[in-house]
Design a protein around this ligand. Sequence first.
Ligand SMILES: Nc1ncnc2c1ncn2[C@@H]1O[C@H](COP(=O)(O)OP(=O)(O)O)[C@@H](O)[C@H]1O
Ligand SMILES: N[C@@H](CCC(=O)OP(=O)(O)O)C(=O)O
Length: 399
Amino acid sequence: MTTVIPTATDAIPSATAGWSLPSRTPAQVLTAARRIVVKVGSSLVTNEGRGLDESAIGQWARQLGVLARGGREVVMVSSGAIAEGMKRLGWLSRPKELHELQAAAAVGQMGLAQMWETKLRQQGLGSAQVLLTHADLADRERYLNARSTLLTLLAHGVVPVINENDTVVTDEIKFGDNDTLGALVANLIEADLLVILTDQRGLYTADPRKQPDAAFVQVARAGDPALEAMAGGAGSRVGTGGMITKILAAKRAAGSGASTVIAWGREPDVLPRLVAGEPIGTCLVADSTKQQARKQWMADHLQLRGAVTVDAGAVAKLLHEGKSLLPIGMTAVDGDFQRGDVIAVRAPDGREIARGLANYAAAEARLLCRRPSSEIERLLGYAAEPEMIHRDNLVVTAR
Ligand SMILES: Nc1ncnc2c1ncn2[C@@H]1O[C@H](COP(=O)(O)OP(=O)(O)O)[C@@H](O)[C@H]1O
Ligand SMILES: N[C@@H](CCC(=O)OP(=O)(O)O)C(=O)O
């Protein structure tokens, strides 16, 4: 193993270095994390391109097992398909042509998925391969479908192992790096924490490969612009994004209330120690909580595509019990919205009480008014979800 852990200067106080401290401490954020996305980079997964690092993958799988048995939901975003594919194809340098990169990814992904499956199974964990493209998350309907699938896997105790669907993406739709993909997945499933495991201890005030005396950043506010100036590009032969994509991923994850830790992937027991509250690596704390972030997101969607009116019973369930909106409580549907659009929920007197993402289009919702969820399949010919708006996708706007 050639990874060098730089002996950079110890952490320096943020006040003197120009970045601000967050309102919550890393320990508070880490111990409260229930749903966690862990991203591990190509250089670690493939031992800097030498081939899948079986023992390292085994170690992370073991740690995921500890987290899962402790009641945490875990999602793995694993890079390494292209690096492993190159190794299997005997290519010594990274090809420039997109179709060659895609071919390498197709070859490498086989081994990557197989290795994760084997190692997670040894921990008694089921696993599922999920390959995503940007288009899957940009399209509202596919976004909701991807979300439902991932949440269903988590509900069944299965660990989704995610990578970009490299073989079908084109330049325009590429996430480009799995740090961004990790953040988008954190947004998608409203994770509490994104852990980015890499070949450095975390963020330094400059790339430690170039400036060995750079200082270590222990904690900062996710999205603080001062961080972007410190972060450089990839350091290893096989990594793609470098530190800048990790900093931007933390900013993006914070958009849905998830904090981010950037840590060395070979730190012993890094994951269990983190969730026990130990401040390992760089902790980039999100300013707002998940609920605040969701509210903000809904508030930003000023253009409501429609509305449903609900009866007094449903008003009480939404306002006082934090429940989902079921079709049986709906009395009328206005507008022409699609699945995934933000719609208003109105009380019988017409007052808006909540907003949320519709699971069914307006035409379907009209058929579902006052009907029990058990009839959805008979009425529509299929059933996406039993709720019209799931409580996770709903914010109360009036009390
Ligand atoms: N400010 C910085 N602090 C730490 N690492 C940095 C910084 N700027 C650039 N880097 C580089 O980013 C690299 C990690 O990113 P990358 O090579 O893409 O890894 P991964 O495969 O884990 O995503 C480090 O090896 C380091 O050389
Ligand atoms: N989807 C690509 C990963 C690209 C990538 O972001 O790599 P890295 O910067 O090492 O996380 C692969 O599996 O090779």
